[in-house]
Design a protein around this ligand. Structure first.
Ligand SMILES: [Zn+2]
Length: 338
């Protein structure tokens, strides 16, 4: 049996672990700001929100970043997909959730491959509902989201009306700034070929649907919550290089923000906190699965965006760092998972 005081201590340790600013991006400032705003562990609040999704409910997830869009829209980066896969898997196993993953149609094949490697079989929405009813198969529904401004805004209302999600989850998904421009961490406009899914999150917030978001840079969905701190502490947070007159900070906010030095680490920590709440070790994102997902991302051409290279480093951190984070998250929660 786990008591609340122990869970709180473990949540705080997970927060600390994944917010060590190894990439020198200023994430510690965003972490402090989000902790103060939310009044406690970020990872714990995210796990609480995800475990509060009604059993047999529906969650829309997004991740994926078109990288070097000026060369090809087929190219995605490898921070985001493995973390999103860890959360989708935990939701399916822990809450029997129908998980709907949305991204650009150009990135669907690679991200789908990562979902499969995490244990989820891609099906249509109708097929997912059959699987949910008899619990015979862990599934994922993959859907494209429009990449033009007007179509992206229009799709937001339609998708929420049709799918009636209980929660929206985003990790490492770039959102527009207050001038409507989507920026890289270097302050460049790289909105071309990019899904306008931040509009879906804005609309969900308007309707009071819970939104959980993970980010590591300040330009991602959810960072609107700490916009002033992105401006003050992140390179190009105040002034980009594209000439739009704004900074790289995303305007879209969230209910629960999780910062991390690498977004995938934030998701690994959330999955660990979900495992504690469910008292179910299957929800953990294990080192073995992280290794498999890193290999899968390489095999499907997702790039290490820091080095512009297809390899198993993520955000410039070597492969072993990501496997180690998964091991340390498991170690932190192990005393509450007997
Ligand atoms: Zn700009």
């Amino acid at each position: 049996m786990t008591d609340q005081a122990l869970i709180t201590r473990l949540d705080n340790r997970l927060d600390q672990l994944v917010n060590i600013d190894m990439g020198e991006r200023g994430v510690e400032h965003l972490f402090d700001a989000a902790r103060e705003l939310q009044g406690g562990s970020l990872v714990g609040a995210a796990a609480d929100a995800l475990m509060a999704v009604p059993r047999d409910g529906t969650v829309i997830l997004t991740t994926g970043s078109v990288s070097r869009a000026w060369i090809t829209p087929q190219l995605g980066e490898n921070d985001g997909p493995s973390g999103a896969a860890a959360i989708a898997r935990a939701l399916v196993l822990g809450r029997n959730t129908t998980c709907i993953m949305m991204c650009e149609d150009t990135l669907l094949p690679a991200i789908q491959a990562v979902m499969v490697a995490s244990g989820l079989f891609p099906v249509t929405l109708e097929q997912a509902h059959i699987a949910r009813a008899d619990k015979s198969l862990a599934t994922i529904v993959m859907l494209p989201y429009p990449t033009e401004d007007a179509a992206g805004e229009a799709a937001a209302t339609e998708m929420l009306d049709d799918l009636k999600p209980d929660l929206l989850f985003s990790t490492e998904r770039v959102g527009r700034n207050d001038k409507g421009i989507y920026h890289s961490m270097r302050g460049i406009d790289y909105g071309m070929g990019r899904a306008r899914i931040d509009h879906l999150f804005d609309k969900a917030l308007e309707r009071g649907i819970p939104v959980v978001a993970v980010g590591d840079g300040g330009n991602e969905i959810g960072m609107g919550k700490v916009a002033d701190h992105v401006k003050a502490h992140v390179p190009y947070g105040d002034q980009c290089q594209c000439g739009c007159g704004g900074g790289i900070g995303a305007v879209t906010s969230c209910d629960v923000l999780v910062t991390a030095a690498c977004s995938n680490w934030g998701c690994t920590a959330i999955a660990a906190a979900m495992a504690v709440r469910a008292q179910d070790a299957r929800l953990l994102h294990t080192p073995k699965r992280e290794a498999l997902l890193l290999d899968t991302m390489v095999a499907n051409g997702l790039i290490n965006s820091t080095h512009g290279l297809v390899d198993d480093s993520v955000d410039g951190f070597e492969r072993d760092s990501h496997i180690a984070i998964a091991e340390l998250c498991r170690t932190i929660v192990s005393r509450a998972l007997q």
